[in-house]
Ligand binder design. Structure first.
Ligand SMILES: Cc1ncc(COP(=O)(O)O)c(C=O)c1O
Length: 454
């Protein structure tokens, strides 16, 4: 294993260990940046506490990767490690910080809401909840009208599965290989088998089937028995590295669902809320799902919020059984006020157009980088949902580590480590595009040097 100043053996890459990375002194874009070998004592104390009381495995993995962010100050596109390093955030927690870190308008909405509201009583009708549901229905595709609120995307996906089962009287759920829908009960079973199997929560397998992304024949075969309640799909699968749906794929899935009496659930936790330049990515593909799930960005990055949007056709249980699903924190009144502000910002003239325009600016810059760096082999891009595929099976984690060194926080795709997820906030401006492209290129250069030496 590499010691100080040495790296990257094949073994290192294999186990994602970045010991050597941490002792380099680097310079990027004229800004000298020192990568200290060890965290400051104050930061180390936080890491120790987290390892002792929160999640030792996570702290250890980041240590091995050579990147140990502990978030301090945060503002706009950036957050700062508590040791001072400034990072341009293109991970944005899957869209949670799509409107920036601590967007001042959203923080103000949170303060105002806290002055007037609290969580509220989830059993009662509530003005913030009803107003937010109305606003979501206004933006939603295909007449989705009802909103069931949750405090996270996983719970919202569980609600989607429960609804589909209730509406169809069927149990089986079809999803995609390499999909990720969260870590609670039903959606965990619907996602990649490895995660669910670990907790013995992957079954019964007869109720959860996975098929290959982009393969309509496989989807047809899965639906043919006529026992499928719903097909649950991330519009552009995030953890798989944002492969773009092949032309006609999503509309083909929708038609197959209709032909087989199954419902279509669009998991838009990462792709929704303007990230592709339309409010919902699935609308950009001309598809109306029966159920749409949103989360992450709905929080404005400051208050946990998620929602499952239901068409009246599938929402019978809401009328039949008012307590069919309950969640104490789902639809907290303070959170609803925050989410209303998120939607208000997204609906302003020019905001979604800006996402598209900045995507084009970045697209041009990324093509230029690809010409200079053959390691970058594919640019996957729909609006500001982007995956960069590299010609090395572990380039993703290597780039996460190199990005950390040069001041870019980007995370690799968990189910395809040749891919770096690249998802800037949607209020991006051209100057910031230049900056982030410069940081990315600096990281790629480092990565190439390391692979060259391997
Ligand atoms: C596509 C998708 N669906 C669902 C979830 C689960 O959301 P949460 O972590 O808020 O439960 C995630 C989280 O990363 C996600 O990326």
């Amino acid at each position: 294993m590499g010691g100080r100043g040495r790296f990257v053996s094949r073994h290192w890459i294999g186990v994602l260990v970045g010991v050597g990375l941490a002792s380099l002194v680097v310079s990027s874009g004229g800004i000298p940046m020192s990568v200290s070998a060890a965290p400051s004592p104050a930061k180390q104390a936080i890491l120790d506490l987290a390892a002792r009381y929160v999640c030792p495995g996570r702290v250890d993995t980041f240590r091995l990767l050579g990147t140990q962010p502990v978030m301090g100050r945060r503002e706009g596109h950036y957050f700062w490690d508590v040791d001072g390093r400034r990072l341009f955030d293109v991970h944005i927690n899957g869209g949670t910080f799509s409107l920036g870190h601590r967007n001042p308008e959203i923080v103000a909405a949170l303060h105002e809401a806290a002055d007037r509201f609290d969580i509220g009583n989830h059993h009662f009708a509530s003005e913030p909840r009803a107003r937010l549901a109305e606003a979501l229905a206004r933006t939603a595709p295909g007449g989705l009208r009802y909103a069931v609120f949750s405090s996270g995307g996983s719970e919202a996906n569980d609600v989607a599965i429960k609804t589909a089962r209730r509406a169809t009287g069927r149990r089986r759920i079809v999803s995609l290989e390499g999909s990720y829908h969260g870590h609670t009960g039903l959606c965990l079973a619907a996602g990649d088998v490895k995660n669910a199997g670990y907790f013995l929560s992957d079954g019964p397998r007869s109720e959860f089937t996975q098929v290959r992304f982009g393969d309509l024949d496989a989807m047809r075969a899965a639906l043919d028995p006529g026992d499928v309640a719903a097909v649950m799909i991330e519009t552009i699968p995030a953890t798989l590295g944002f492969p773009m749906p092949p032309p006609g794929y999503l509309s083909g899935v929708k038609t197959l669902c209709e032909d087989h009496g199954a419902l279509l659930v669009a998991d838009e936790v990462q792709t929704g809320l303007g990230r592709t330049g339309t409010m919902w990515a699935v609308s950009g593909y001309g598809v109306d799902p029966d159920i749409l799930v949103t989360g992450k960005g709905l929080s404005g990055g400051v208050y946990p919020m998620a929602a499952t949007l239901l068409s009246p056709r599938v929402a019978g249980w809401l009328a039949e059984n008012g307590w069919g699903h309950v969640s104490t924190f789902g639809g907290s009144e303070i959170g609803c006020q925050v989410s209303l502000k998120v939607l208000e910002i997204l609906e302003r003239p020019g905001v979604l157009e800006n996402a598209k325009a900045m995507s084009d600016v970045l697209g041009r810059g990324l093509e230029a980088i690809r010409e200079r760096h053959p390691l970058l082999v594919e640019i996957r891009r729909n609006g500001l949902v982007m995956g960069l595929r590299f010609g090395h099976e572990l380039a993703g984690p290597m780039l996460t580590a190199a990005g950390w060194e040069v001041g870019l926080w980007a995370f690799f795709a968990g189910y395809d480590r040749s891919v770096l997820q690249f998802k800037p906030g949607i209020l991006l401006r051209p100057e910031a595009c230049d900056e982030v492209l410069g940081l990315l290129e600096a990281a790629i250069t480092r990565c190439e040097e390391r692979i060259g030496r391997d």
